[in-house]
Design a protein around this ligand. Sequence first.
Ligand SMILES: [Zn+2]
Length: 295
Amino acid sequence: MNLKQIKSNIYQIDSNKPGKKIIVLGGVHGSEKTGIAVVEKMINLFEKNKINLVNGSIVLALGNEKAIEANKRMVREGGDLNRYFSQEKLNNLEDASYEANRARELAKIIDGVDVLLDIHSTLTPSRAFLACENEPKHYAIHKWFSAQDVITDPNYILSGGDYSTTDEYMNARGGVGVCFETGYAKDTSTADKVVESILNIFANQGMIEREVQSDSVCKDRNVYKMHTRIDLTEKGFRYEKGFGKGDFEKIEKGQVIGYHGKEVYKSPVTGIILFQVPKEMWSEMGCVGFIAEKI
Ligand SMILES: [Zn+2]
């Protein structure tokens, strides 16, 4: 098979026939091992000719190589690769940091594909979920991932007001960006299952010859919309009893979920607490988590 390396830790497979172009990304956050394992397993499958690409092309890429090596989310403050895909940061050539250059390298490739699959994991215990849009063209791709929940973010709450993640960048280029959170980063047992889901996507798009198992499609999902960031203020923060243990903690509108000093913090909507940050990373991240509204 013509698997060829096109950049450092970026590989391309071409069928030399028309068809979809899909990029699979892992390790955009270096400590999220499942995505890294998924990309490595897929490189291996193509290298050993275990899959035959009959239409379109595929790019398999590792994101933040320095962070992967250090087994960290990022190697420096402000160096979150998944916040580098804004037009402003990509165009700011004065920023010649590794992350800025890597983002530009990847953005150039993303510009030429139709679909982006970015595999992530969470910092605190969580079930698997999709963190991306749920429009029909997105659903047609991500329905193959095993997850009961889709977290949309049309107002870029996670990114701080403007698009800056890989899937948001893909969407802004008119493609389909999908971010799959495989669950807790310390649990890497699902890598094979994630590979299977991605192969189902390829097969469903007519790119590889393979039986598609239609019973692996996820239906009747819960859909949420990102609403608010729970900031860490100078008064600090502590969760109300029963909260702060992991993602998908249910909250009601007006419910007390924590305290900034003596100031009560009530949930603005009915939904869930999500993307919780482990306490030791609060000041690094500037927030303790996010709130998503059930829609
Ligand atoms: Zn991540």
